[in-house]
Each structure stands twice: as structure tokens, then as C-alpha cells.
Design a binder for this molecule. Structure first.
Ligand code: COA
Length: 169
């Protein structure tokens, strides 16, 4: 774990915070949204958090000095109801966000390390969807994620996104 960052498992009480972090992860502000509540009306984004606490859901929240500064969590999706970074029914999809103004100091790395450690116990890999222009690509590559060929797509913002996957074997 990165020094000074303390993380713990997500609980049902953290759902509101997950919506706030999904707002960041989805760059919802850039799409004109002003509140995480607006995500609830966008099914393709709401699916990452809605009804948190389903079988298989897991994740971590944490930050420095006892604050909740970010979250990283995974959810399983299915072939008939995929999310943006879907690869197969056995591979859950990761979402991650750190509050604005608190980025670039190691919180995201600590959250990612911990959620990946947990994922190793439950599944053969983890996938995600990321904009090609997002500096987070470097974070994911450092953690071992690789691009899934042929997955480049135009995302909600009109930019290009790709799917990445981290396989554990
Ligand atoms: C991506 C994110 C979770 C990383 O958390 P963090 O605490 O900033 O990350 P760390 O400080 O541990 O690691 C630094 C790495 O994070 C990424 N990063 C740093 N600032 C970032 C920012 N403002 N936006 C996106 N990624 C950023 C870079 O890959 C950076 O690596 P680098 O130093 O080689 O450039 C966080 O920056 C964030 O919430 N960004 C906006 C939402 C987002 O893009 N989520 C991912 C969607 S796929």
C-alpha cells in the first residue's frame, strides 16, 4: 500500500460515495451533469453502482488522514447486459475515481493495488474501459493491464475509449 493511504472494503453505507466517485470516473461534469444523482437516469453509467451490495460486488474506499478520497470497485456484467469494459462473464469490470484536487499523490495507486489483490481471490482477471486521452492509462499499464485489441470505440463524450484487461494467469 502507498504510504499514508489507508483503504478499507466498501460497505453498503458507502453507496453515496460510490455515486460521487462514479461521477468522477465517468467524467460526468464534462458531459454537463452537475450532481451524481443525475447518473441514476443514465442506465449505461448507473449500472456500475445501482443497488450496490449484489452478490459478487466488492471494492475499496480510502485516502489519507482518515478521509474518504477515492474508491475502486468491481462488478460482474453479462453478455446480454454488458457495461463499457465488458470482456466476458467471468471477468468483472473495474471503476475507479479519486476526488478532484486530491489526484496524483498515490491514492488511486493504493486503491487499485488493493482491489486487484482482492480480485485475485475471486476471478481470473479484471477489465476496464478508459479514454485513450486519459493519463490513467499509465496507471493501468503499470498495474499490468493491457489493451484488448479491436475494442476502440467512440464514447459518450465523442472521444475514443478502449477496453483493458488484467489477467491473473
Ligand atoms: C485515475 C485516478 C483514479 C488515479 O488516481 P490518483 O490518485 O490520481 O493516482 P496516483 O496518484 O496513485 O497515480 C498517478 C497516476 O494516476 C494517473 N493520474 C494522475 N492524475 C490524474 C488525473 N487528473 N486524471 C486521470 N489520471 C490521473 C496517471 O496515470 C498517473 O500516473 P503518472 O504519474 O505516470 O502520470 C484519478 O486521477 C481520477 O479519479 N481521475 C479522474 C477520473 C478517471 O479518469 N477515472 C478513471 C476512468 S477509466
Amino acid at each position: 500500500m502507498t504510504s499514508g493511504v489507508v483503504v478499507r472494503p466498501v460497505t453498503a453505507e458507502d453507496e453515496k460515495f460510490l455515486w460521487a466517485m462514479l461521477f468522477e470516473a465517468a467524467h460526468a461534469g464534462e458531459q454537463g451533469m452537475v450532481s451524481p444523482d443525475e447518473l441514476k437516469g443514465v442506465p449505461e453509467l448507473a449500472c456500475y453502482v445501482e443497488g450496490w451490495g449484489r452478490a459478487g460486488d466488492f471494492g475499496v474506499v480510502g485516502g489519507r488522514d482518515g478521509e474518504l478520497e477515492g474508491a475502486a470497485w468491481v462488478r460482474w456484467f453479462t453478455h446480454d447486459k454488458p457495461a463499457y469494459g465488458y470482456v466476458d462473464d467471468e471477468t468483472p469490470e473495474l471503476a475507479i475515481g479519486v476526488a478532484p484536487g486530491l489526484r496524483g499523490v498515490g491514492v488511486g495507486t493504493a486503491l487499485l493495488d488493493e482491489v486487484v489483490k482482492e480480485a485475485r481471490l475471486h476471478c481470473p482477471g479484471v477489465s476496464l474501459s478508459v479514454r485513450l486521452s486519459n493519463p490513467a492509462l499509465r496507471l493501468y499499464r503499470r498495474a499490468g493491464f493491457v489493451e484488448v485489441p479491436g475494442t476502440e470505440m467512440i464514447d459518450r463524450s465523442g472521444g475514443s475509449s478502449i477496453t483493458m484487461v488484467l489477467r491473473f494467469s
